[in-house]
Design a protein around this ligand. Structure first.
Ligand SMILES: [Zn+2]
Length: 164
C-alpha cells in the first residue's frame, strides 16, 4: 500500500523535483509533493517506479483516480497526460510570460482542464506564484518549451473552455 522511502526518493530524483503535471518545483513549497499512481491503485496500478510520478497536491487531488477527461474543445473523453509514457514538451508549453501552461495537443488541453493547471477555477493562485518565480529567475524550468522560442506553436484556442 504505502510506497517505500527509497522508491519515493527515486521518484523525486527522476522528476528533478518538479510536479510531473504542472512543473511546479517542490524546492520552493512549504508542503512536500505527493507520489501519484499513474494507473490508480483502485484500477490495479502498483507501487513500482514505472507506475509512479511526483505530483503537487493540487494536481493529485484534482486528478483523483481519473485517467481520462473531456477535451473542452470537442467534449470527447480522452486519455490524460501520462508522465511515464508521454513527454511534457509534446503536450504542453509555457506562454511568453511563463505564467500559463498552453496545450500542444488534445491530450494537453484535456489535462489542463481536468487538473486546472492554470488555476483558472481556483483563484489563480498558481499564476501569481509563477509570476513571482519568473521575476526571481527560477521559472519556467530550463527544460520546458516556451511558445515562440523554438517550440511549435500552441494549439489555438488554448484558453477556451466549454461553455465559456
Ligand atoms: Zn502540479
Amino acid at each position: 500500500m504505502a510506497v517505500g522511502k527509497g522508491i519515493r526518493e527515486a521518484v523525486r530524483e527522476r522528476a528533478s523535483g518538479l510536479c510531473e503535471y504542472c512543473h511546479a518545483s517542490e524546492e520552493w513549497q512549504f508542503v512536500r509533493f505527493t507520489i501519484d499512481h499513474v494507473i490508480p491503485q483502485s484500477k490495479g496500478g502498483g507501487d513500482d517506479l514505472e507506475n509512479l510520478a511526483l505530483s503537487c497536491r493540487n494536481c493529485n487531488e484534482r486528478r483523483g483516480n481519473r485517467c481520462e477527461a473531456a477535451d473542452p474543445q470537442t467534449g470527447s473523453e480522452i486519455a490524460i497526460f501520462n508522465p511515464r509514457e508521454d513527454r511534457w514538451n509534446d503536450h504542453f508549453c509555457w506562454d511568453e510570460s511563463g505564467e500559463l501552461i498552453l496545450p500542444r495537443s488534445d491530450k494537453g488541453r484535456a489535462t489542463i482542464a481536468l487538473l486546472d493547471l492554470n488555476d483558472e477555477f481556483h483563484h489563480a493562485t498558481c499564476q501569481k506564484v509563477r509570476k513571482r518565480d519568473v521575476e526571481d529567475g527560477y521559472h519556467p524550468p530550463a527544460c520546458d518549451a516556451i511558445v515562440g522560442h523554438g517550440g511549435a506553436p500552441a494549439v489555438d484556442g488554448s484558453r477556451e473552455r466549454a461553455g465559456e
